[in-house]
Design a protein around this ligand. Structure first.
Ligand SMILES: [Zn+2]
Length: 375
């Protein structure tokens, strides 16, 4: 993500190494609570020394991350659907892959959970630890833990490539799924994109103003009549977060700001195509809507931590000098999106947010009661 700032990764010849990346982790299977091995997986994904590191769309590093996903999921015993796709970028044809698994539930209705695996901002030293290493680590840990559980609904986990340069993987997935009919029994979609790092973990629904999504929906040849801004998935996630973390630790639904009605979000991440296709979405992201950032109260500034600002002014919740500020409290796509940097700024925060997210999604996906109105 997000806000249409798409960086073009280096186009490289894609070579499938087929390697089995095994880094840093031990093979012990001791129970690590509901969060499973998410913390370990995050290191394997986002550490440049012990893991993969930066994973710019359609680069060899993205391929490496894809192979890591494939090895993990097949290792858990899943049949993995690999969905290759190509897309145009600045006159070039680039390629990437989506990875998909599904575990059947008692009722033939499906919840999709998606987490893109590419990263961006490597030119600013970002390793994509939270955007979206954390979302991917959570999704892989969930896949592992769901394997042994009986589920009320089918759970489909989609790991799209090439999100950062135009939602390419998820849009390809939705386009294909509309043709094959595999979205017909889908009752909701959860988008895990940057679920850690920022000051507050939010859950959003799609925007009540269709125009905010029109540009994306047009790419799928969909229009207003297909679109859904239903809040059922957001509300279900909120309820599940209360069940797991209580009122004090629940997800936050952001208050209304100009351009962003309460609890609603824009079309800049992988949930957008699903909302266009009429599916209720819940988008989890860690940021800080209380900051009056470069573009106003838009959730693009993620933290008040002074290190991430040239100068942050508490009483205005903004930059001391809006004209000269260069950082704006951003973690995503910057040199702060690295595990060691995040640990220095916020000791323990990312792991806690990661583990909470895994526990909350596990609660939602293993209990029938949270989805109030299945269409
Ligand atoms: Zn992202």
């Amino acid at each position: 993500m997000k806000h249409g700032i798409f960086h073009l990764g280096l186009a490289v010849t894609l070579t499938l190494t087929g390697c089995n990346i095994n880094i840093g982790g031990s093979d012990d299977d001791e129970n690590q609570g509901t969060s499973g091995k998410a913390t370990q997986y995050l290191v394997e994904i986002a550490s440049a020394t012990e893991g993969i590191g930066a994973r710019e769309a359609s680069t060899e590093q993205e391929v490496r991350a894809g192979n890591w996903i494939y090895d993990k999921l097949t290792g858990f015993g899943y049949d993995v659907t690999v969905q290759p796709f190509s897309y145009q970028q600045n006159g070039m044809m680039l390629s990437s892959k989506n990875y998909i698994i599904e575990k059947k539930g008692k009722i033939d209705k499906t919840i999709i959970l998606a987490a893109h695996y590419d990263s961006t901002g490597s030119e600013h030293d970002s390793l994509g630890a939270t955007d979206n290493g954390a979302g991917l680590a959570a999704a892989i840990s969930l896949a592992e833990q769901l394997k042994g559980k009986s589920l009320p609904y089918n759970v489909r986990i989609l790991l799209p490539g090439a999100e950062e340069n135009g939602l390419n993987g998820s849009l390809h997935y939705v386009k294909q799924a509309l043709k094959t009919g595999e979205l017909e029994n889908v009752i909701g979609m959860i988008n895990y994109d940057t679920i850690g790092g920022g000051d507050i973990v939010y859950v959003h629904a799609a925007h009540s103003d269709y125009d905010e999504y029109d540009g994306i929906c047009k790419k799928l040849s969909l229009d207003k009549t297909d679109y859904s801004a239903a809040t059922t998935m957001r509300d279900a996630m909120l309820e599940a977060s209360i069940a797991v973390k209580g009122e004090s630790g629940k997800f936050v639904v952001h208050p209304a700001f100009p351009g962003y009605p309460e609890g609603e979000t824009g079309s800049w991440s992988d949930h957008a195509g699903f909302a266009c296709a009429g599916i209720p979405i819940a988008y989890v992201e860690a940021t800080n809507f209380n900051i009056n950032g470069k573009g106003g109260y838009d959730g693009y500034s993620q933290t008040t931590h002074p290190d991430t600002w040239d100068c942050y002014e508490t009483w205005t919740a903004s930059a001391c000098d809006r004209k000269t500020e260069t950082q704006w409290g951003r973690i995503w796509h910057t040199g702060y999106d690295r595990l060691e940097k995040l640990e220095e700024l916020f000791p323990g925060r990312v792991n806690e947010q990661l583990n909470n997210n895994v526990a909350i999604a596990l609660e939602l996906l293993t209990n029938e009661k949270y989805i109030k109105t299945a269409p």
